[in-house]
Design a binder for this molecule. Structure first.
Ligand code: PLP
Length: 392
């Protein structure tokens, strides 16, 4: 099997599993308990908190554990909007956010807030000048993702943070795809809230965190207990949190080496595809992108057919469209970048890990060449295109 879907989720690293195991076994005490087995759990949770904080230059007490990136996004947006309701009711975000942000914004629109969804350019970049122009006297919150999950484009977060801070507007960034993959410094980038999720960095699923800058008064999202300093009730998922901490420490230690390796493989893969398969285009910014992301549209092809045929050859990837989740709409991200429906439908996202090899990339290119040729032979659109002489 060749696994190229690391943006969807990653393999839990053996040392992460190792770190978690005692907390499924002998150390099962409730971290809120007074006796020593409870305090061992509490200590482990705080060690994890410290590891995670240090990845983004935050303080330990600024990290709040959640049940994943989706919850962190929901909490940040809903609680920040609520906290600012009296000051203003305008929020700015982008058209290419993950649905965890977009659907939360829709919910807020139904609850008295106005939301501006910023356009992006052809490479998926937000324009800070456009952001400035969208700011109104009642703007209280800006949410722009650190890196896009489909196309990998890295947004100008530092510029956005400076604009927000200068105007006293809260700034949240969904860093689920970027945390542990690229350097992040919440102080330097003037980030007020940041979401991350463990399963994108070889940690377990179902655990994430929200960074909340100290001094920011954000209400709780889950009520019912004093855990997470009264802000996120419920007995802590100790094994998962310990796993997140181990994954964060591991990611920080190998970020540079892993990034270099993935970038090299990614550029090799993109170059080979561009050289060997006609009528394709790279989606997203060529340099300002996540190290492991290659997203390519093949004209006259249905992404879903491509995925099925890749799967038959043992290659796991993802399509930019939402077809697999039961909707036939093409990706909102690719459409926001100005792609035609047909091009958006023919997109393929391949997200690499440091475990992939050049030989695998060669195998993927050979498979793509054969599959794309076969699918195009069956495509009436391609036949028309060839007959019209446009392809000559
Ligand atoms: N935000 C982004 C950018 C993502 O890519 C994802 C997951 O794919 C999420 C949020 C949701 O994270 P989780 O799966 O931990 O709920």
């Amino acid at each position: 099997m060749i696994y190229l879907d690391n943006a969807a989720t990653t393999k839990t690293a053996p040392e992460v599993v190792e770190a978690m195991l005692p907390f499924f076994g002998e150390i099962y005490g409730n971290p809120s308990a007074i006796y020593s087995m409870g305090s061992a759990g509490k200590k482990a949770v705080n060690t994890a908190r410290r590891s995670i904080a240090s990845v983004i230059g935050a303080k330990q007490e600024e990290i709040y554990f959640t049940a994943g990136g989706t919850e962190a996004d929901n909490w940040a947006l809903k609680a920040a909007a609520e906290a600012c309701r009296k000051k203003g009711r305008h929020i700015i975000t982008t058209k290419i956010e993950h649905h965890a942000v977009l659907h939360t914004c829709r919910y807020l629109e139904e609850n008295g807030f106005a939301v501006t969804y910023l356009d992006v350019d052809g490479e998926g970049l937000v324009d800070p000048e456009m952001l400035k122009a969208a700011i109104r006297p009642d703007t209280v919150l800006i949410s722009v993702m650190f890196a896009n999950n489909e196309i990998g484009t890295l947004e100008p977060v530092g510029e956005i943070g400076a604009i927000a801070r200068e105007r006293g507007i809260l700034f949240h960034t969904d860093a689920v795809q970027a945390f542990g993959q690229v350097p992040i410094d919440v102080e330097a980038l003037k980030i007020d809230m940041l979401s991350a999720s463990a399963h994108k960095l070889n940690g377990p699923k179902g655990v994430g965190m929200l960074y909340v800058r100290s001094g920011l008064k954000l209400g709780p999202f889950v009520h019912g207990g004093a855990q997470e300093r009264n802000r996120r009730a419920g007995t802590e998922n100790v094994p998962a949190i310990v796993g997140f901490g181990a994954a964060a420490a591991r990611a920080a230690a190998r970020m540079e080496e892993k990034g270099r390796k993935e970038r090299e493989l990614r550029d090799y893969l993109i170059r080979k595809i561009e050289e060997q398969i006609p009528y394709c285009r790279l989606n997203g910014h060529r340099e300002k992108r996540l190290p492991g992301n290659a997203n390519i549209s093949f004209r006259f092809i249905e992404g879903e057919s491509l995925l099925i045929m890749l799967d038959m050859r043992g290659i796991c990837a993802s399509s930019g469209s939402a077809c697999t989740s039961g909707s036939l709409d093409p990706s909102h991200v690719l459409l926001a970048m100005g792609l035609e429906h047909e091009e958006a439908h023919g997109s393929l996202r391949m997200t690499l890990s440091e475990e992939n090899t050049r030989e695998e990339m060669d195998e993927v290119v050979e498979a793509l060449k054969a599959i794309v040729t076969r699918l195009r032979e069956m495509s009436p659109l391609y036949e028309d295109f060839v007959k019209s002489g446009k392809g000559a």
